[in-house]
Design a protein around this ligand. Structure first.
Ligand SMILES: CC(C)(COP(=O)(O)OP(=O)(O)OC[C@H]1O[C@@H](n2cnc3c(N)ncnc32)[C@H](O)[C@@H]1OP(=O)(O)O)[C@@H](O)C(=O)NCCC(=O)NCCS
Length: 170
């Protein structure tokens, strides 16, 4: 049984350790993802409803965070980070958390989520190269690794260069 819920203050330490452990062996990691989470929580771009944990066996096994970014003049979302505890990976839990996050983000009225990551992984959750929507990264990256998913339709053009929260240090 997996319970997915909003992160609470009491979870912070466990989440910190989970994120650290999940990224320890990741090739394209700077090892600071757990600190990025702490910084984003204190920023105005934090949305408590989109900071989610999954609980299994009384343990937090996944953490996912969506924070505000800007695409042109519009406020949209970035997914970062997604961290599954080693030992619980490749069991479909990461995908479940992405789905839950998308559902909440959709209800909150956001149109796009962008993510920087593996095409093979995020395409399973509906992400396509962001350039297909005219959304561009503020740094050099392969088009296939800078992705976006559309959640809600809109009658205006949401295109342009993404402006990340300053906590990302971009
Ligand atoms: C990457 C990660 C979030 C995936 O979550 P997960 O719950 O383990 O993955 P899921 O069970 O939802 O999906 C499994 C599928 O994704 C693939 N996959 C898993 N990790 C992947 C990765 N890093 N790159 C590409 N594909 C990956 C698996 O091969 C599997 O494919 P299949 O469905 O064709 O068999 C998780 O393994 C993790 O936290 N890794 C360490 C931190 C990290 O890399 N975070 C993502 C940063 S962008």
């Amino acid at each position: 049984m997996i319970e997915i819920r909003k992160e609470s203050r009491e979870d912070y330490e466990e989440v910190y350790n989970l994120v650290k452990r999940a990224f320890e062996t990741v090739e394209f990691s700077d090892g600071n993802e757990q600190d990025l989470v702490e910084a984003l929580r204190s920023s105005c771009n934090f949305i408590p409803e989109l900071s989610l944990v999954a609980i299994q066996n009384n343990k937090i096994v996944v953490y996912i965070l969506f924070t505000k970014i800007k695409i042109g003049e519009y406020e949209e979302l970035a997914l970062a980070p997604l961290a599954v505890l080693p030992g619980y990976q490749n069991k479909g839990i990461g995908k479940k958390l992405i789905e839950k996050g998308h559902q909440i983000a959709k209800q909150l009225g956001y149109h796009f989520v962008i993510v920087l990551g593996s095409k093979n992984y995020y395409s399973k959750s509906g992400y396509v190269p962001a350039i297909k929507y005219g959304i561009r990264a503020p740094f050099e990256v392969h088009n296939e690794n800078f992705m976006a998913v559309k959640l809600n339709d809109f009658d205006k053009e949401i295109t342009g260069v993404v402006e990340y929260a300053k906590e990302f240090g971009i």
